[in-house]
Every structure is written in C-alpha cells, then in structure tokens.
Design a protein around this ligand. Sequence first.
Ligand code: F6R
Length: 607
Amino acid sequence: MCGIAGYIGSREAVPIVMDQLKRLEYRGYDSAGVAALDGDVTIVKSEGKLRSLQDLLSVDSPSGSVAIAHTRWATHGGPTTRNAHPHADQLGRIVVAHNGIIENYADLRRSLMDDGCTFASETDTEVLPHLIRRHYQGCIVTALREALRRVRGSYALTVVCADEPDLILAARHDSPLVIGLAEGESFLASDIPALLPYTRSVLILEDGDLALIRRGSVSLIRTADGSPIHRDPVQVDWDATSAEKGGFEHFMLKDIFEQPETLRTALRGRWTDAGLNLTETGLAAAAAAAIRRIYLVGCGTAYHAGLVVASTWERRLRVPVTVEVASEFRYREPAIDDTTLVVLISQSGETADTLAALRLASAAGARTQAVVNVVGSTLSREADGVLYTQAGPEICVASTKAYTAQVASLSLLGLWLAELRGQIGDAELHRIGDALQVLPSQVAELLQQAPAIEAAAAELERFHDFFFVGRGLDYAVAQEGALKLKEISYRHSEALAAGEMKHGTLALVTPEVVAIAVATQEALREKLQSNIREVTARGAQIFGVVPPDCGELAELCRWRIEVPRTEPELAPVLAIVPLQLLAYYVARIAGCEIDQPRNLAKSVTVE
Ligand code: F6R
C-alpha cells in the first residue's frame, strides 16, 4: 500500500525522503513523487518505480530542508504521473500526500468544482489540498482540521504549506504513520524501518491525532477539538540492518532463512523449563472458562495460519473453532456474544478487513485477541489482548517468517487456553512444549536442503500449472504453499484437499501439470498415497514434502524433500519451509520481481 515520507531539519531534504521511500518499497507502489519547500513548493512526480523519479531528480532536484514524499498504489485513477502524489491546491502552495481512501470524495469534488476548482488528477486525494485551501485563513492547522471534519474515509496524510514553511502536518485515521525525532530534525514515515537509519526515538500516531512537526520537536493535538495530547516517544531497539537484506539476494530469502531465529524469539520466555506462560495475553482462567465459541480471523497467509491450528484447538478445547477470511466474516453477521473469543491474526496489524472484523466482534461483545507482528499497530492497540509474534520487520511482500511465527504463537495460545481451562494434562503439555523447543533447529536442518530445492525448481520452472494437495493439516499447508508460488512466480497454483481431486479437478491433470504433495500427517498417509496414485496415473509428476522412511510414497515422488519428524500438530511449521523455498527459486529462475510482486502490496489498508 502507499508509503509516506517526510523530513524537516537543516540538511537537504530530498535525498533523505527518497532514501526513506526506498525503505518503504516493500509496501508496494506504482508511482512516486516528492515535494520540497524552499520559498515555493516544487513537486516532482513519476509513474513506475522509484528509479524513474530518481532519474528526474538527478537532472533537476528541488532543494530545501523540508520535504514530503509518497509512493502510490493506485486505487482511484490509474497509476500515472498525473495521479501520483503529492497533490497541490490551485495556487500550488498547499501540498498533500495521502494513504487511504476518501470515501465521500465524489461529493467533495463536485462541491469544489462548483466553487471553480479545477482538478489536475483523477484521485480521491486531490480534494484534500483544495478543501484545505477553501478553509485557509492564515493558519494551516485550523484549515486542515476544518477540512478533515468534512472528510469520510481512511487516511494517513501529510501537508506542507509554502506560507508556513517551518512546519509539516501529519494526521491519521485508520492508516499508520510514525514520526522520528532527532537533534534539530524530525522525520515522518508510514512505517518504522524508514526511520531506523536516522533515529530510534519514534512517536506512533493514533487515530484522531494531528501532529505539528517542527525541527526536532513535535506537538500533538486531537483533530476533532484541537486539544493537546501528551505522548512519549518509544525507543525502537530493532537493529537497523535487520530491516535490510543482510547479504541475501532478496528480502524473501533473508526472511526464510531467519525462521529458526524468529521461531526461537516467538517461543522465548513463553515456553520455559517452568512450563507455559502467556499472562501477557491478558487471558486468565475465568475468561478462558467462559469461552463457548472461537473464531480465528485473518486474510491471506494470516488466514492460513488460523487454518493450521483450528482443528487442534477444537479437539482440545471442545468448543467450535471456525476459521474465516476477514472480508467474509465482517459482512455475514456471525453468531457472536460475550462467550465468544475472536482471534485476529495479522502481520501488519493494519489490514482493513481484519480491523473491521475486530471492531465488529468488539461491538457484539466478544473478547478479542490480536496475534500480530507489528508493535503499536492499530490491531494491537484496539484488541482486548495481544500476543506479539515477534518476527521482526518483514520486508518482502510475500509473508514467510511472519507465517511460521503466527503458527507457533497460535499453537502456544491454544495450549494456554487448554491449560487455563484444565483441558490438557502435564504429560501432553510437556510433550508438545518439548517439540516446540526443537522446531527452530529442525527448520535450520530443513534450510540446508535449499540446494536440492533449487535444483528441483530449475526443472519445475517450465511448468505453469501446479496442484498442491494434502489432507488434514497438510491441506492447510498446501493452501499456504500454493499462495506463495502463485504470488511470486505467477504460476497458476491451486490447493486441494487430496480427497477432492476425483470430484472434478482430476479432469485437469495431464503430464503438463505438477502435483505438490504434502504428507506429514502419518494417520492420513495411506489415504493421501491413493490420491497421489490417481494423479501419477494421469502422467503428472510429484514433488513430495514427506517424512523420512515413507516407503511407497517416496517412490511416487519425482522430487522429494524430507521433513524431520515432530508432533503432528507442529508439522506445518516444518512442511511450509520447502514450499517457501520452492516458490522463491521458481520465481528467481523465472526472473520475477520477488520482493515486490506485481499488483500486490505489503499492507492492505483498504477493503
Ligand atoms: C501473502 C501475504 C498476504 C497477507 C495478507 C494479510 O504472502 O503476505 O496474504 O498475509 O495480506 O496481511 P496481514 O498479515 O498484514 O494482515
């Protein structure tokens, strides 16, 4: 989704905001622009990648010590230079960059046009500078507040005004924005990694905040009534280099190889020799005992993490556990009351549908629990309880380490609920706990098979149709594996419950398709084996993710990656790793743009 950057200090601002935009590239975008203040405001914009904007700037860059910048992911109006942000009022002196959607922009646009405004773009955003101008009587703060009173929708926005040159304004409603503070200079960004090379002192904006950003200082007021807000900055202890590639060719590969460490971090302090401790969730015995129904809700990969744990939770907790994609859940009036626990799963904590599901669940009286990666995200602040997955910044658009950290965290949460409700004995708890503790080293072991997976990928790259099949928890893994392959390699890939093949999809199986068989669930192995036979009989070749010594199944696989044995409920954490690597290598061999796949965005803050 779009990215915002800003700088006010004593240095040349444009190189700094361009560097910040580069660090926000992972969010996905299709055009970019910068506005610098130096008496007047100069705007330079370009469609396409940042390098196109950089080419323009290297010929003629505006100077000045105040600038805002933006990467745009098109929603209203095509991905053209004309529609790129920032946008200005007709005098070219009030300039706005905006993430989100102005829902009533059509009405506002009509009314502004009636007043004689002419519009230079097709965007919803452009109503903002014109609206601010309409209310400007010498104070940009008042004018922005008046404008925002008339706006419906979501926004993170930043404003500069040539007549008030020592000030950048920022406002947020439903879209993230953070401010970095340093000696004599301040920075603004959509996300923390863009601030880390400059400062670790970070002020996180909340919905309804309006920030007045000056050189090295910030004051916050409420947009609605102008009253002051006091909030201390937080010190971010991420290593700046952890937000960069660290020697890997792509962020995705780095994220995949970080998984032993992220799993260790997800477990740290939660499973110890003394047992399980998740008091940080705020979930205590009385609340756990009251639960009669559970929903696990997320989008994309986060939804798949819910799929992995749902049946284990239901088996242990003896209450119905339903997994749903947030965009469906939010519109179908699910049965929720104060005995319902709704667990919202998200890497970013800013996904619009997941936030809407959270708000719906809260309004219906449910207890809400966020399982989220980004600290200080909207989801983490609005849920009743939070369990951070602690995977660190995930830069690649395709999620990998965030997923395994989600599955590990959800597994812990399920055990915690079972323990609080007295539904798990010590022996079982310790058996799973011990298996959890060796998962990181088992993932490290699997990663050593990367060269074999790369070699298989070299043969598989020529194929364009892949069916991922599995049964039980392996079917959940198959769904995530198929998503990974399709999103970064653009191969058609589809996941199926293996038993469903003969109910239709078998018609598509020819020697020109590949079946990826996930077979970690011992109890279902024989059934899966029969399904795989049906596929090989039609000439398709099999890439198997299988346990060691799997007998006949091994013989059916043209390519085979062995996954170390673990508790069946934890096997998905291992089984997904070869599939992440397979997706990565197929995409790399095919020459795809891995870290920013076409049409996708890291943080989906609109419906
Ligand atoms: C796929 C992927 C997406 C996200 C989804 C939810 O690799 O990354 O499917 O999982 O957009 O995002 P979060 O977890 O930020 O809510």
